[in-house]
Design a binder for this molecule. Structure first.
Ligand code: ADP
Length: 165
């Protein structure tokens, strides 16, 4: 039986922290599906297609990795794709409460899907898509936190937002 995991998120945009988690998950599973949620309530900076493209161009060709859009309920997607695990990254205690609630609710909805938490390298524990966007918006350098094409796209997006205002 193939051991398949889903790594869901907004990936708005993908950071080196996300990539660290994918790397760790690949060592534990035969296949990792990186599933990108629409997340309209979060008002993402990048469209779903842009977020998928960033992932495709950085890790899309890696062995054992698939990139897919995530529609509907996560556990339904997991069952449909015959995945037995959901991967989430845990950076700090501050992530814990929300993640704990989600994991238990997902287990209640679908008992066959287990949530697995992976801790990134220490240097990524303070990294989030939100903080990277904030730094870039304020003119800071974000090159060391993002894959190079993503950093470039972020600068371009913020420049076009600025010139459109
Ligand atoms: P969501 O909106 O679902 O939280 P994110 O794209 O922000 O989506 O994050 C997806 C997953 O990756 C979450 O489990 C989050 O905790 C994890 N994650 C985000 N940044 C990092 C990081 N720097 N190190 C480890 N895990 C991370």
């Amino acid at each position: 039986m193939i051991r398949r995991a889903i790594y869901p998120g907004s990936f708005d945009p993908v950071t080196n922290g996300h990539l660290d988690v994918v790397d760790r998950a690949r060592k534990l599973f035969d296949e990792v599906i990186v599933a990108v949620a629409h997340n309209d309530q979060k008002h993402p900076l990048f469209t779903l297609e842009e977020r998928l493209d960033f992932l495709r161009s950085t890790i899309g060709k890696l062995d054992k990795v698939e990139i897919a859009p995530l529609n509907g309920l996560l556990v339904n997607f997991a069952v449909a794709r015959q995945a037995t695990a959901v991967i989430r990254g845990l950076r700090a205690v501050s992530d814990f409460e929300f993640e704990f609630q989600m994991a238990l609710m997902n287990r209640k909805l679908e008992a066959t899907v287990e949530t697995i938490f992976l801790m990134p390298k220490e240097e990524y524990t303070y990294l989030s898509s939100r903080i990277v966007k904030e730094i870039a918006r304020l003119g800071g350098e974000v090159g060391e936190f993002l894959p190079a094409p993503v950093a470039q796209a972020l600068r371009a997006k913020l420049n076009s937002e600025r010139s459109g205002q």
